[in-house]
Design a protein around this ligand. Sequence first.
Ligand SMILES: Cc1cc2nc3c(=O)[nH]c(=O)nc-3n(C[C@H](O)[C@H](O)[C@H](O)COP(=O)(O)OP(=O)(O)OC[C@H]3O[C@@H](n4cnc5c(N)ncnc54)[C@H](O)[C@@H]3O)c2cc1C
Length: 460
Amino acid sequence: MVFKIFKKKNEEAFPLPNRVSYEKEELFCCGFDASSMQGAPSAVVKPVSTDEVVQVLRFANQQRTPVVPRGAGTGMTGGAVPVNDAIVLSLDGMNNILEIDEKNMIAIVEPGVINGHLQEKLEDRGLFYPPDPASMNFCTLGGNVAENAGGPRAIKYGVTRDYVLGFEVVLPDGRVLTTGGKNYKDVVGYDLTRLIVGSEGTLCVVTKIFLKVLPLPAETMTLLCTYSQINDAALTVSKITSSGIVPRALEFMDNGSIRAVESYREFGLPTDAEALLLIEVDGSRASVSEEADKIASACISQNGRVSVADDMFAKQRIWEARRAISPALYRIKPTKINEDIVVPRGRIPEMLQALKGISEKYDLKIVNFGHAGDGNIHVNIMTDKNNKDEYQRARTAVEDIFRVTLRLEGTISGEHGVGLTKKQYIGMELSETNLEIMKAIKKVFDPNGIMNPGKIFPLD
Ligand SMILES: Cc1cc2nc3c(=O)[nH]c(=O)nc-3n(C[C@H](O)[C@H](O)[C@H](O)COP(=O)(O)OP(=O)(O)OC[C@H]3O[C@@H](n4cnc5c(N)ncnc54)[C@H](O)[C@@H]3O)c2cc1C
C-alpha cells in the first residue's frame, strides 16, 4: 500500500479547515505516547462530532491518507504514534457524558471522556464503573476500549470488555455502524462489539460507547502486607486466590518499585521490604471485615506483616503510591522497556524467579510490579537508550522474558496491546492461522489500509 502524504497544500480541499492544525507544537505533541516512541504526523484534526469524523475519514479514504485515532496518548505500545505521515485524529474534543441511565444501569459516553471523570460523576449517584487503569485520571474511555484496558479491580470485576454493551463507530469509508446498545444480553449475529474492543484503532473510529455500570459497593477496606522475601509475597497471591475470597484488588510491588516510588515522593512505604501486596476488599460492612480478616491471616501465615489503612486519607495515599510507580521508575534510568506479561497466577513464583535469572544473565536492573491477582506482571527493564551495549542487552532480554512467559502458559500482553512495540513478537504467541484470520478481518473493515497502519501486524 502506497500512502499519499497529507500536506498543507491539501488545506483547501480538506472538509474541516477550522478543525485542522499544522502547527509544529501540535504535530509534536500528537507524535508520541507513553511508549516514548515518536512519529511525525502531517496534520492533527480535532473533530467534535460523529459527522465531523465521517467527513475526515471519507476524505482520508479517498486520498488514501492514513489516519491514527488518538485519545490522551497514554498508551504504552505506540498505538497512537503516527507512522507514514498520517493524520492524527484527536478525539479529546468529543468528551461529553451523553447519558447516565440509572434505571437501566448504563452510561453512554463520547470517546474523549476521561475515565476518572466518569468514575466521579457515577460515584456522585451511587454508581460504579469498575475498570480503573492506573492512568484513569488522564486516559480516555476511547483509548480504554481500543486497548481493552484493565486495572487493579479487574481481578474481581473484569476488564473494559466486560462493561461495553455497544458502540457507534465510523468505518474508514465514512459509514456509521452501530453495534449492540442498551441491552445486557444480545446474541443476534456475530459479536462485533467484542471484536472492536481491543482493536487498537486499526478497524474504525469509536464515536460513542454504551457502558454497563454497577451499584457502588457500600464499604471497602485496604490492607498493605510487606515481606522480607519476595517469594513469600508470590506464594500469598495463590493462597488468597484459592481461598474462595475474591478481593477487589491484589497488587504487587517489588523492592525496586517501592524504592523508586519513595524517592519520587515520600508515601511512607517501607523501603526495606523486599515486596509488598496491596489488597482491597469491598462489599457490605460485615463481609468486608470478615474477608479482610481471612486475607490478613493468609498473609501472616506466609510471613507477611499486615497493616490496615484506617481512613480515607491513608487509602488514598497508598493508591497514589501505586499509581506513581510508572513515572517514578524514570528516577532509576532514563529508558524504560515496559512489558505487561501475564502468567497463570500459580506460576507467578516461577516467573519472578526466571526474571531474577534474566536480570543477572544480562546484568540489567529489572523492576517488577503489577496486578498480581490477575497474574499480570509489569516487567520494567531499566536502561539508557544512549548506552548502545546495555540497550541491546535489554532488547535481547525482552525475547527471553517472552519465551519464559509462553513456556509458563502465559501471554505477552495482558492490557497494553501490541501497537508498534510488540508487533515483532506477535508470531511468538499467535499461529499463522490466527494472524491470517485477523488480517482478513482488518481487510473487511479497512480495504485501503488507512486505519492506523503499521500497528499490531509485522510487515509481511
Ligand atoms: C502511568 C500509566 C499507567 C497506566 N496504567 C494502566 C493500567 O493499569 N491498565 C491498563 O490497561 N493500561 C494502563 N496504561 C496504559 C494506557 O493508559 C491505556 O492503554 C489507555 O487505555 C490508553 O488510553 P488513551 O486515551 O491514552 O489512548 P491513546 O494512547 O491515545 O490510544 C491508545 C490506542 O487507542 C486507539 N484509540 C484511541 N481512541 C480511539 C477511538 N476513539 N477510536 C478508535 N481507536 C482509538 C489509538 O489509535 C491507539 O491505538 C497506563 C499508562 C500510563 C502512562
